[in-house]
Write a protein that binds this ligand. Sequence first.
Ligand SMILES: [Zn+2]
Length: 140
Amino acid sequence: MIEIPIPVMDEIRTHGREAYPEECCGALLGRKGEPAHVVRVERIENSRGEERARRYEVSPQDYLRVERLALAENLSLLGFYHSHPDHPAAPSVYDRDHAFPFFHYLVCAVEGGVPAEVTAWTLLEETGEFEREAILEERT
Ligand SMILES: [Zn+2]
């Protein structure tokens, strides 16, 4: 399970709407644990040169940047979110092949420019497959 304040969920949906029809992406900063707790998100530019409507990519520079940002704020890099324009909120094979164990991955479907379902996933190290996890939307 992952806890996410409602305003942070709104930010993810807003980013998905603004980036439409391309995919948006960003980092989840927060506190590890059971459940993990997202404190805030940091937008990342989709560094994918082509196919941005179907793919996202976090550059090594951005990865370093958000890791340092988390450290500086006494938080942990918990994972990443991205949007699926006109696609279901489930990770693709590409997403699975580019994911790391231990991180949390949020996928936000954006249908015709309107943000829809958001789902959360973790990669199981043993099987290399995503497992869905529950999102607890917190009122702040
Ligand atoms: Zn994806």
